[in-house]
Design a protein around this ligand. Structure first.
Ligand SMILES: Nc1ncnc2c1ncn2[C@@H]1O[C@H](COP(=O)(O)OP(=O)(O)OP(=O)(O)O)[C@@H](O)[C@H]1O
Ligand SMILES: Nc1nc2c(c(=O)[nH]1)N=C(CO)CN2
Length: 355
């Protein structure tokens, strides 16, 4: 059966405002109509509060309402006065910030960053020609990537990058290409950039304990296998009298000495760290100064680099007075020079002349 009209008709209007009878001009039912400008304009005068009744938010019914007012402004980063979700074109950034439209445009253009642009558009010459094309010069390098596109944000391991480029020492896991790994990645697998030209490093090798010959041979192989490094030349192996803290000692085990020239892009400190690894692999024990040893690797020089850091002095501070270093070096490179000390050939002659 169709519902009767009475059943579908609207429910009776809510009770009228108890104060409406007192405030005839208001015409108030459940809430007073808002005073609009147009209403005021139409009437030609501004209605006073007394005429109009209490303001909407002061109205008794309104106050009784539970919960926040319906048209409360959302407190978002969209800024004051923004009630609706803006169009996507007006949004930017992760928090839906509104890109504010520029207000007071003409005022802005009279100064600040827009000044140059305004002149440019209007054909006026720039006040300072050097600044006129700021940011547009052809020789200017391309803009830097934003922070979001730099490797840091992408989770790049800068330590690894630095190590790859030879700035930091490697992990102490072994000397060979395959053994030296940076966060699970072989250093030698990484493309080399950064150091455009390798430096020639002079490495002195010595051994007076164990199977000296085999140790030197293995150490030379290890050197050639270092990342970013090629062995250039190796001297013959020479047997020498051990020099101790009290001078040459004919009774001490004799040394086998050699010198290797390597072309490397490793930083000097990194190369030294690798040398220490190689020593350790071949049973080098650190104890007394100039004590007998299975293997000693000294960094005699690294190009023309001079360093006074106690951990790495370059050139090696005692190289100029060691014939067991100079003689094999001179053999592979007769024109060699020890930075700051002179030609190796001359140094050898001086040492021999002084004996
Ligand atoms: N050019 C260099 N080559 C090797 N080690 C160096 C150099 N400069 C400074 N050192 C430092 O010297 C320290 C001692 O080195 P090492 O044990 O090889 O000395 P040594 O062989 O007993 O004596 P010497 O340095 O006179 O050959 C090392 O820990 C190292 O940091
Ligand atoms: N003959 C010889 N004597 C040394 C050598 C060396 O290599 N050869 N190394 C030393 C410490 O580096 C001390 N004495």
């Amino acid at each position: 059966m169709r519902p009767s009209l009475a059943a579908t008709s609207r429910p009776p209007s809510p009770a009228r405002c108890p104060r409406e009878t007192e405030r005839g001009p208001c015409g108030c039912t459940t809430s007073p109509p808002p005073a609009t400008h147009s209403a005021s304009r139409r009437s030609g005068r501004t209605r006073t509060r007394r005429e109009h009744g209490p303001r909407r938010r002061d109205h008794p019914h309104r106050r009784a309402r539970v919960g926040p007012p319906r048209r409360v402004r959302r407190r978002t980063c969209a800024g004051a006065g923004v009630r609706r979700r803006p169009h996507v074109a007006d949004r930017h950034g992760p928090c839906r910030r509104i890109r504010r439209r520029r207000r007071h445009g003409p005022l802005r253009r009279t100064g600040g960053a827009d000044r140059g642009a305004r002149r440019h558009r209007s054909g006026e010459p720039a006040r300072d020609p050097r600044r006129a094309d700021r940011g547009r010069r052809a020789d200017r390098s391309p803009r830097r990537a934003s922070r979001r596109h730099r490797p840091q944000a992408l989770g790049a391991d800068h330590g690894a990058v630095r190590r790859r480029l030879g700035h930091d020492p490697p992990h102490a896991t072994g000397p060979s290409r395959r053994a030296v790994r940076v966060r699970g990645r072989a250093v030698s697998d990484v493309a080399v950039e950064g150091r455009p030209r390798p430096a020639i490093a002079v490495v002195a090798l010595g051994a007076n304990l164990g199977d000296r010959e085999a140790t030197l041979e293995a150490a030379l192989t290890d050197l050639a296998a270092l990342p970013l490094t090629d062995r250039v030349r190796t001297s013959a192996v020479m047997e020498t009298v051990a020099v101790t803290t009290s001078g040459p000692d004919a009774e001490a085990p004799r040394y086998l000495n050699a010198v290797a020239l390597v072309a490397t892009r490793l930083a000097p400190s990194v190369l030294l760290a690798y040398l220490h690894q190689i020593e350790a692999r071949h049973g080098r024990e650190r104890g007394e100064r100039w004590a007998d040893r299975t293997l000693d690797l000294d960094l005699v020089s690294y190009g023309a680099v001079v360093s006074n850091d106690a951990r790495l002095i370059l050139p090696h501070p005692r190289a100029a007075e060691r014939e067991f270093v100079l003689a094999p070096w001179h053999e592979v490179d007769p024109d060699a020079e020890l930075p700051g000390a002179g030609r190796v050939a001359d140094l050898i002659a001086d040492l021999r002349g002084a004996r």
